[in-house]
Design a binder for this molecule. Structure first.
Ligand SMILES: [Zn+2]
Length: 336
């Protein structure tokens, strides 16, 4: 039995954590600098973030390794330290989980390489597989319990990540994709196509993360749960849509909005619920209260949320998202 199944035997749901990248930006990470570099230079800061999430109620935290592939680290001339950086990420998360008063599952975030596969780009399946294997070596040495492939838009890259991880260890794997382009991933994968392909890969959980906020994720969870009610589904929404205000990235999803989202995706069938970009410990605390039934959500928030869901055309698995300039998209996708 994997750690998710084990915890879900006694729990109705598992609260995941929130963002790492966007929180570090508020704590001095320079714009454009890789959050993973802090595993080596500021491990205490990373551990503090994990700890804040655990205190807020998160029962699964993700090691700070989203951009820890050699392709991503190469952009910062850190590609000779892939194993070291990922091992540190795993160790820091493990230390935080072990200091918790209750069981906290140690996940390992693995994001896209940022490169396109042949023939559109130059990435081959073998290159990608080998990069993910290298990352997985460090993370498994660091002591993670489950791999968490996320923010993916290309099924081939998900498969390369799974193959890479499985070539070096036998830990369980969860995978989520980002359906931010008219209800599909940027590479045109629909929620049901993702479900079908990922179900065949013997994963511990599947679902959706990042993107344009709660309404978009609701549509994905609804479609996946209706098709496969027994699958353990992950919902990890951004805190709404990012806006640049006075040069600072800000998200419009308040903790109360995210609390309502948590309740709604639980009802739609998700059992692993958390937040992606823009979600900080206060959002997770609000989600924890909402999921345990102790939160009171105002009618104003409910009205705002209903407006979001309506404009996103939720309910048909085909929600239309607000088009955004390419630059902003790229910027957003770098964070996690
Ligand atoms: Zn995100």
């Amino acid at each position: 039995m994997n750690p998710l199944q084990q915890l879900l035997q006694t729990e109705d749901h598992i609260l995941l954590d929130g963002a790492m990248g966007t929180i570090l930006m508020g704590r001095g990470l320079e714009q454009g600098a890789p959050p993973e570099s802090w595993n080596l230079i500021h491990p205490e800061q990373i551990q503090a973030v994990h700890q804040e999430y655990i205190e807020a109620g998160s029962r699964l935290i993700l090691a700070n390794a989203f951009g820890g592939s050699r392709q991503r680290l190469k952009l910062h001339k850190l590609d000779t330290q892939v194993v070291e950086i990922n091992r540190a990420a795993g160790k820091i998360a493990r230390a935080a989980a072990e200091a918790a008063p209750h069981k906290v599952i140690i996940g390992a975030s693995i994001g896209p390489t940022g490169e396109l596969f042949e023939p559109m780009g130059e990435l081959t399946f073998e290159d990608a597989k080998s990069a993910f294997a290298e990352q997985a070596i460090g993370l498994s040495e660091g002591g993670v319990e489950i791999f968490w492939i996320e923010t993916m838009s290309d099924l081939q890259e998900v498969k390369a990540a799974i193959a890479g991880i499985r070539s070096v260890c036998d830990l369980p794997i969860a995978a989520t994709m980002t359906f931010d382009t008219n209800g599909h991933t940027m590479m045109g994968v629909s929620p049901l196509k993702a479900l079908e392909e990922l179900l065949a890969l013997d994963l511990a959980a599947i679902g959706a993360n990042c993107g344009n906020g709660p309404a978009e994720i609701e549509a994905v969870i609804k479609a996946m749960h209706e098709k496969s009610p027994e699958t353990i589904l992950v919902a990890k929404s951004n805190a709404g849509i990012p806006q640049l205000i006075k040069g600072e990235l800000s998200y419009d999803g308040t903790p109360e909005i995210m609390a309502l989202y948590a309740k709604r995706v639980r009802k739609l069938g998700a059992r692993l619920i958390g937040g992606c970009c823009g979600n900080h410990p206060e959002h997770m605390r609000a989600m924890a209260d909402a999921l345990s039934g102790t939160a009171v959500i105002s009618t104003t928030t409910t009205a705002i949320y209903d407006g979001l869901v309506t404009t996103n055309g939720n309910g048909n698995g085909n929600g239309r998202s607000t088009p955004k300039p390419a630059r902003e998209r790229k910027f957003r996708r770098k964070r996690n």
